[in-house]
Ligand binder design. Structure first.
Ligand SMILES: *Cc1c(COP(=O)(O)O)cnc(C)c1O
Length: 229
């Protein structure tokens, strides 16, 4: 077995064990393979090992890889920062966008999503680490943005996403993930049919899954250490 295939298997076992340890059903959290900075061949290797969902963060890099992998039926997730002049490619080629933090960007994606494609799945990015992070809306603003995005055509609001600042204290991490989990419950109680908590990466997927993550975004543990970005 190749290095990527065995790392992928190890990751899937980590996810499975993490679910089991907190009495959540096996497969409670989907594995998104974060392939940013790695070449198309690495993605193809993971695909051949059974992985079908991949996350990219940079539009220009994604354009090259999507073209090189057009023969594969990959579910592409855009997880990077969104710039308004780059939304069209995302709207036309991705299945999911995780980093919605402004209504204006969501409107652009809604306008640019082709009628021929299923609606674009989106998550609102929330800043759960306070001043340490520049990205994401404040937790107090998340529900208002969720209501505004939920009514846009061609988009399906699925839930919330967070990238907490790294912490060596698992209790701190769980508290931050817990903020996102509480928001999902509040939004559901307010009538929004959401089902996704996009949280957890290579270093903290266990804490995220313990707090209710339904989708972990994992790069390093599958593809290795990134040499840039
Ligand atoms: C790069 C990235 C990841 C993957 O991080 P790893 O620590 O390599 O697993 C996850 N989510 C987002 C938004 C990223 O940009």
């Amino acid at each position: 077995m190749g290095a990527i295939a065995s790392a992928l298997q190890a990751c899937l076992s980590r996810v499975g064990n993490a679910c089991e340890n907190v009495n959540r059903p096996a497969g409670c959290a989907t594995l998104l393979a974060v392939s940013k900075t790695f070449p198309a061949e690495a993605i193809r290797e993971a695909w051949n090992a059974g992985q079908c969902r991949f996350g990219e963060s940079y539009v220009q890099e994604a354009q090259v890889k999507l073209a090189a992998l057009a023969d594969l039926d990959i579910e592409w997730h855009f997880i990077g920062p969104l710039q308004s002049n780059k939304t069209r490619f995302i709207a036309e080629h991705f299945a999911w966008v995780h980093g919605i933090e402004r209504e204006k960007i969501a409107q652009r994606l809604a306008e640019q999503r082709p009628d021929t494609l299923p609606s674009l799945n989106v998550c609102i990015q929330v800043n759960v680490s306070g001043e340490a992070s520049k990205h994401g809306v404040a937790p107090e603003e998340a529900l208002a943005l969720a209501h505004a995005v939920a009514v846009l055509p061609h988009l399906t609001l699925r839930g919330f996403m967070a990238i907490p600042e790294p912490s060596h204290d698992p209790v701190v991490q769980r508290t931050r993930f817990g903020v996102l989990a509480d928001l999902l419950v509040q939004a559901q109680q307010a009538g929004l049919p959401l089902d996704t908590l996009s949280m957890g990466m290579s270093a903290d997927m266990e804490e995220a899954i313990a707090a209710g993550s339904t989708l972990v975004r994992v790069g390093t543990a599958i593809f290795g250490v990134r040499t840039y970005l």
